[in-house]
Design a protein around this ligand. Structure first.
Ligand code: ZN
Length: 88
């Protein structure tokens, strides 16, 4: 892959250590995003699902699933810039 796009959450753009959908972007880990809480391989399996989940997450206040890893000066708009192109 040209860049590290597959490291970023399709919903919120959070950067994981391991690619949430595997190195081939087709083998989801079925773990949960520490930021938006999506289960990779489930709600983020289609563009429609991604948009629906993101919209619901943001309208509910974009709360972190795991508050203790949230950066001190976190900005949602900045993180969303990392959402893979195909899922915007
Ligand atoms: Zn996420």
């Amino acid at each position: 892959m040209r860049n590290n796009e597959n490291l970023f959450c399709r919903i919120c753009g959070y950067k994981s250590i391991d690619p949430p959908w595997g190195a081939d972007s087709r083998t989801p880990l079925y773990d949960y995003c520490l930021c938006c809480g999506v289960e990779h391989g489930y709600q983020d399996a289609s563009l429609a699902g991604v948009k629906k989940y993101r919209e619901a997450w943001i309208s509910a206040g974009a709360a972190w699933e795991c508050e203790n890893v949230k950066p001190a000066h976190w900005k949602l708009e900045e993180q969303l810039k990392h959402v893979p192109m195909a899922y915007r």
